[in-house]
Design a protein around this ligand. Structure first.
Ligand code: NAD
Ligand code: LMR
Length: 339
């Protein structure tokens, strides 16, 4: 079954070995490309042999980033787009749109504290995506993801172009962190470890399913609680360490590059591509929920429902506990988009 596939398919490196290099065909747009995430993400994506064009959009400072990146001798052609007048052109003919535009947290803030600024940014950008690249995969990084993805869905519905299989909240960083922390704690080879993380992308809505860790690992209850809390607070750990200078950018760029590369492999016909993502979902009673999914040419091809079966009592309780918060964040996003 899909869950017993080889581990190597899940933990594929974002930089392919020479033997894997194929013709570059896909175009990717990054909205917010001059930011803390946008710059290293653009660099990592520029390294993909699957990409023929990389469109960098931001409201400022994007020309320099583009000039700099364009000197790397990898196939992707870099084009730069500055400000709202050039937004539409940045989206023409692209297969994947990644959105890391918006303000990051400072110490003491929750992700929801970013709502007032970022909700409007995401709404405006997704309106442009709907008008100019309605068939692209849309990957939202801007926080609060629990609300910005429902906002994007509503915008796309209003424009009559919503395809729930092609709208993704990027939660790959939660998986990247879970894999790292579990490997460290249990002294495992990082490349072998895969922990599904479900729910949403804020505080207790981030639920790592440690009982589903591959390879199979035994944890004490203490270890489970410590690891769960560390994974849930990892974003805050970085916000505090940066002490006012922003939130995770490098690990986020790494995680998003992995998600983009997986999407491109799926678009390219690879039949074995799985990632966790926050999507419109019927897995629970909530309309949006992060879980493992199979990616295909048309976007979400399947939701791996078995991950929510046979949960431990702790996981089941945590799942029930996260639902009210996640539901409220979803409703807040929908209300914003419809007001
Ligand atoms: P940043 O401030 O360094 O960069 C944001 C960029 O967005 C800037 O270059 C800015 O000019 C640009 N921008 C602002 N308004 C824009 C608009 N209307 N159109 C286009 N671009 C616009 O912030 P960052 O550290 O890169 O973080 C960006 C967002 O990503 C934040 O909301 C942060 O909370 C979120 N984030 C999400 C995850 C996740 O796991 N999903 C992880 C880390 C950060
Ligand atoms: C993260 O998880 O690092 C991001 O969502 C940024 C944040 O505000 O913590």
């Amino acid at each position: 079954s899909s869950v017993s596939r080889p581990r190597s398919a899940e933990n594929r490196q974002i930089v392919p070995s020479a033997g894997q290099i194929r013709a570059s065909t896909f175009k990717v747009a990054i909205l917010g490309a001059a930011g803390g995430i946008g710059q290293p993400l653009s660099l990592l994506i520029k390294m993909s042999p699957l990409i023929s064009g990389l469109h960098l959009y931001d409201i400022a400072n994007v020309k320099g980033v583009a000039a700099d990146l364009s000197h790397c001798n990898t196939p992707a052609q870099i084009l730069d787009f500055t400000g709202p007048a050039e937004l539409a052109n940045s989206l023409k003919d692209v297969d994947v749109v990644v959105i890391p535009a918006g303000v990051p947290r400072k110490p003491g803030m929750t992700r929801d504290d970013l709502f007032n600024i970022n909700a409007g940014i995401v709404r405006t950008l997704v309106e442009a995506v709907a008008d100019n690249s309605p068939n692209a995969f849309i990957q939202i990084i801007s926080n609060p993801v629990n609300s910005t993805v429902p906002i994007a869905a509503e915008v796309l519905k209003k424009k009559g172009v919503y395809d729930p299989k092609k709208l993704f909240g990027v939660t790959t960083l939660d998986v990247v962190r879970a894999n790292t922390f579990v490997a460290q704690k249990k002294n495992l080879r990082l490349i072998d470890v895969d922990v599904p993380v479900v729910g949403g992308h804020a505080g207790i809505t981030i639920l790592p399913l440690l009982s589903k860790t591959k390879p199979s690992v035994t944890f004490t209850q203490d270890e489970i609680e410590q690891l769960t809390i560390r994974i849930q607070n990892a974003g805050t750990e970085v916000v505090e360490a940066k002490a006012g200078a922003g939130s995770a950018t490098l690990s986020m760029a790494y995680a998003a590059a992995r998600f983009v590369e997986s999407s491109l492999r799926a678009l390219d016909g690879d039949p074995d591509v799985y990632e966790c993502s926050y999507i419109q979902s019927e897995l629970t009673e909530l309309p949006f929920f992060a879980s493992r999914i199979k990616l295909g040419k048309k976007g979400v091809e399947a939701v791996i429902a078995s991950d929510l079966e046979g949960l431990t009592e702790y996981e089941q309780k945590s799942l029930e506990a996260l639902k009210p918060e996640l539901k409220a964040s979803i409703e807040k996003g929908i209300a914003f988009a419809n007001k």
